[in-house]
Design a protein. Structure first.
Lengths: 477, 485
């Protein structure tokens, strides 16, 4: 039987505020346990939450960027359950009236296919603390630094049909929240993570199959693997005559498998009700308009502008605008050079490859946009060839100075003097009578041999176009 | 002697230099030592702190930096967090809890120069109408030590009635200031919801809780409210609204005041002796030029059932933080997490608190939420609308504060519903968020009777004015129980 996969994602994006959602404690990551938890975060008797208005603004921006409705009235609810890292015994979240609802997002797959994914809702909530099971000899330590960190939970419609679509959607949201500067997108620190609701159904069937929820996936690679694994598992269960159970599962990246955490029967009754300590969040048209004005140029618009104004390909523009940092980097490079296509090739090619290889963020790159632009200018004015540029780039990466000083110090300036090139070529031809004979007898491939010889003698510095021209003339005698 | 003076009189004496705060504070500490062994109105007496604060107050006064409350000793209900001082909320759960911070009310009082004598006994987590649910044992009514003082602010009411403190703070979720004020013969005010910050006041039912002053007279309540009221950025439900000078309008004439008498407050269940005193008080107002108008609050009968869904629902969630993990009572040798929760909460909470947590959790649970919690919220609006309509017609509403005078200790402990009905006239005011007062209006069988005065939103000034004018014509509020004279 042919199966269809149905996926909905719940993405948790940690909002990039300085202080927590309901207290003035810092949200900075990595501090000593419990040093960033104030009386409110500890849930001491008598304390009260006060909403950090920055989170409302951030959620509104997200809503506008995803063509969602930004609710003029939203309400914080209490989700009640006991857990040691949940200090109040309830999490403040939004159930009935979330701040953002009914939006959509266009995604694009690697093969260029486009698709629209519905966004059911995005609501504000506080994160819990962390339970630390190591180092406590059979006891559990509690770190409440993370308690009260603001989260935007973004819930998609079950519109996603494959693990690849899920990754594309997650990447698009990841890029968007960074564009909006509402989330740092740091997946290693847990600032951006997701739960995946996965089910399968026979192709053509309308009703959804029973779903399993895979919790807390914190990388794009794991999303793809976890979903693929889960789909296979569900199909195996059904084809083996069994039934999929509605349950929460955990993805184990080490074993590449999902396993059951708890089934629906054991699920908590969270006894949601509106938090009486917080007033409903009321915003008006003017507020929404202000948020709209605060929106940066969004990825899709920027991509279109790159195509129209800079004349680069749709494909290149797509890659360059996938992250705001990369797009900004590229725009800085382009503003200093005249060949946008050349700049795109370098940013997408050698520059990105080097970052990837060394696992660096753009902000950590040893070569700045200005430095890269300086080198591209030397390609454009024929001071160096594209091939030599790779050597220059490598030197710049190693901190040996900017393009001009590398070229100067290493003597990499291109030879563009026709007579100098001619002299070299004459000598090479004179030393290669056999090759010359074969070439003239019709073995065109040997043209490459001569080019190679010139480059070898000139240490790669001879201008390739001139070498071609002069060689052709001489060889064809 | 100082204890026979009102807070306003003591303020004048301090200002005139007739007494120092240290002398005053010491005299009340001495009275607490003398009488509280029997009354049990205090959980903690902060003698050293009080004397230090008194010294500082005297110093401030000497340097010309004194307000009307500088150097006045009072007691705080043990529901207010007080930095460095045990804050028990009347519960075994918090018997070991030394608060690391102070409530806004406590800070504001301290900033006004008020001296804290100690923390008063109360029903556990403010859940009770008799002070019998306290982990620290029942408080006695100074008028008859066999009787309850009312609750939940029973310790505050008894301490003022016995003049162990010139005044106290209280909190009122369903009548917890007004009912004990009535039963102990003192003056108590529950302001409009949002008038006083709830920050640092241990939550029972967040949408109903409100702090207020408990004192000998309306004039004293006004002085205290001046210091307590105001917006607090740490409490989202506190109102960003100017605070009146509550003392300024005390002497306004009440000629032509329109007083509404809801027929539902004078029906079946009201003790005849209480009814007579309330009638006499109304007659007094008529004599003072007020117009008496019969009104109806048709949804009054819904108040108690609605309250006993809303308040437990909120408390079931508010009290979840008492889990034995970070502070408060923790059971011995928990074998695992579930055992830690079950035994810490099972052993740390008393029966009434557990009853309300269970009722509340039930009302919020899946499948029952709409029928109970949501329905109650709808009915709550109807109750509020009753009052809004009434205030189109009248300036204030009057009636009894409680259906009877103080009952005996142990009399109602086995019958929660009968206990709940002792708040039948006060609860609707909390559900609507209105300000309400209880003013001494005489005695029935030698036990005090309270007159309840309910005002429109933020009309505390008018309530205090109306009460003060009555107290200019009567001396019920000046009566001190014989054993404590």
């Amino acid at each position: 039987m042919e199966w269809e996969t149905v996926i909905g994602l719940e993405i948790h994006a940690q909002l990039a505020t300085k202080s927590k959602i309901f207290s003035s404690a810092s949200t900075a990551y990595g501090a000593e346990p419990n040093t960033q938890a104030c009386a409110v975060d500890l849930g001491l008797p008598g304390v009260l939450p006060v909403v950090n208005t920055e989170v409302i603004h951030m959620a509104a921006k997200f809503g506008l960027a995803t063509n969602s409705t930004v609710a003029k009235r939203s309400v914080f609810d209490r989700k009640n359950y006991f857990y040691p890292d949940l200090p109040k015994g309830y999490q403040i979240s939004q159930l009935e009236l979330p701040i953002v609802h009914d939006g959509k997002l266009d995604i694009e797959l690697e093969d260029g296919t486009k698709k629209t994914i519905g966004i059911t809702r995005a609501h504000l909530e506080e994160d819990a603390g962390k339970s630390l099971h190591e180092d406590f000899h059979g006891m559990t330590g509690i770190d409440l630094n993370r308690a009260g960190t603001p989260l935007l939970e973004i819930v998609s419609e079950p519109d996603i049909r494959s693990a690849k679509e899920a990754v594309a959607y997650m990447k698009k949201i990841h890029s968007l929240v960074q564009y909006l500067e509402i989330c740092d997108g740091n997946m290693a620190e847990g600032s951006f993570r997701c739960d995946a609701n996965v089910s399968v159904r026979p192709k053509g069937q309308e009703a959804f199959g029973t779903r399993a929820e895979i919790k807390n996936i914190n990388s794009f690679r794991f999303v793809e693997r976890a979903i693929n694994h889960e789909v296979e598992r569900q199909i195996d269960v059904i084809e083996g005559g069994g039934k999929v159970v509605q349950e929460t599962r955990l993805y184990d990246a080490d074993k590449d498998e999902t396993r059951s955490m708890r089934s629906k029967e054991e699920a908590n009754d969270y006894r949601y009700f509106p938090d009486p300590d917080l007033l409903p969040v009321i915003i008006d048209d003017a507020y929404i308009e202000n948020a709209r004005k605060a929106l940066p140029e969004l990825p899709d618009a920027r991509r279109q502008r790159f195509i129209n104004e800079l004349g680069i390909s749709d494909y290149d523009a797509g890659i360059l605008t996938a992250s705001r940092e990369l797009a900004n980097f590229y725009e800085t490079v382009v503003s200093d050079t005249s060949d946008a296509k050349l700049a795109a090739n370098w940013v997408i090619g050698d520059f990105s490859a080097r970052l990837n290889k060394e696992d660096l963020a753009i902000s950590q790159s040893p070569v700045s946009a200005e430095t890269l632009a300086g080198m591209l200018k030397r390609i454009e004015d024929n001071t160096i060839s594209g091939k030599i540029a790779k050597e220059v780039f490598d030197a710049m990466w190693k901190g040996e100075g900017d393009a001009d000083s590398v070229i100067e110090n290493k003597g990499l300036k291109q030879i563009t003097d026709d007579s100098a090139i001619e002299t070299m070529i004459d000598e090479i031809i004179a030393n290669s009578p056999n090759q010359l004979e074969q070439y003239r007898a019709g073995k065109d491939k040997l043209f490459g041999y001569f080019v190679g010889q010139v480059m070898k003698v000139s240490q790669g510095k001879a201008n390739p176009a001139q070498v071609n021209d002069i060689l052709k003339k001489k060889l064809n005698g | 002697m100082y204890h026979t003076k009102t807070l306003a009189e003591l303020s004048a004496m301090l200002e005139a230099g007739e007494v120092t705060s240290v002398e005053l504070t010491q005299s009340f500490l001495d009275r607490i030592k003398q009488f509280d062994g029997e009354l049990n109105s205090f959980v903690t007496v902060t003698e050293e702190l009080a004397l230090a604060q008194a010294k500082a107050a005297d110093k401030a006064r000497a340097s010309g930096k004194a307000g009307p409350l500088t150097g006045i000793p009072i007691a705080h209900k043990d529901i207010f967090c007080t930095e460095g001082v045990k804050t028990s909320c009347g519960s075994k759960m918090l018997d070991n809890f030394i608060s690391p911070y102070s409530a806004t009310v406590v800070e504001k009082m301290r900033d006004a120069g008020v001296v804290m004598l100690g923390k008063t006994n109360m029903d556990e987590f403010a859940m009770g109408s008799s002070n019998e649910t306290s982990f620290y044992g029942p408080v006695k009514n100074p008028w008859n030590t066999q009787a309850v003082p009312g609750g939940s602010s029973g310790g505050s009411a008894a301490s003022v009635a016995a003049r162990l403190a010139p005044a106290s703070t209280g909190t009122d979720t369903g009548g917890s200031i007004r009912q004990p004020a009535s039963l102990c013969g003192i003056t108590g005010l529950k302001p409009t919801y949002g008038r006083i910050s709830r920050y640092g006041m241990i939550a029972f039912a967040s949408s109903l809780d409100q702090a207020g002053p408990m004192a000998q007279s309306a004039e004293d309540c006004a002085l205290l409210l001046n210091a307590m009221a105001g917006f607090d950025s740490r409490d989202s439900t506190s109102m960003e609204r100017d605070v009146d000078d509550y003392s300024a309008s005390l002497n306004n004439s009440i000629e032509g005041l329109k007083i509404g008498l809801p027929k539902e407050y004078f029906s079946e269940g009201l003790d005849a002796g209480v009814a007579k005193q309330v009638d006499d008080a109304i007659a007094q107002y008529r004599a003072m030029g007020a117009e008496i108008i019969d009104i109806s609050l048709p949804n009054t009968h819904l108040a108690v059932p609605v309250y006993y869904v809303v308040a437990p629902a909120e408390c079931s969630s508010n009290l979840s933080r008492f889990d034995g993990v970070r502070f408060g009572y923790r059971c011995e040798d928990p074998k695992d997490l579930e055992d830690l929760y079950k035994r810490s909460r099972g052993e740390g909470f008393g029966a009434e608190v557990k009853r309300r947590i269970m009722v509340g959790a039930y009302a919020l649970s899946a499948g029952y939420y709409d029928a109970y919690y949501l329905k109650s919220q709808k009915l709550r609006r109807l109750i509020s609308e009753d009052f809004s309509k009434a205030f189109e017609q009248v300036d204030v509403i009057m009636g009894p504060t409680a259906p009877s005078t103080a009952f005996n200790i142990g009399e109602k402990t086995d019958d929660p519903v009968s206990m709940y009905l002792s708040d039948i006239y006060t609860i609707a005011v909390n559900l609507a968020g209105l300000p309400g007062m209880s003013v001494p209006a005489g005695f029935s069988n030698n036990m005090p009777v309270g007159l309840q005065i309910i005002g429109n939103y933020f009309e505390e000034s008018r309530l205090l004015n109306v009460a003060h004018q009555y107290q200019q014509k009567t001396d019920w509020h000046k009566q001190i129980p014989e054993a404590f004279v």
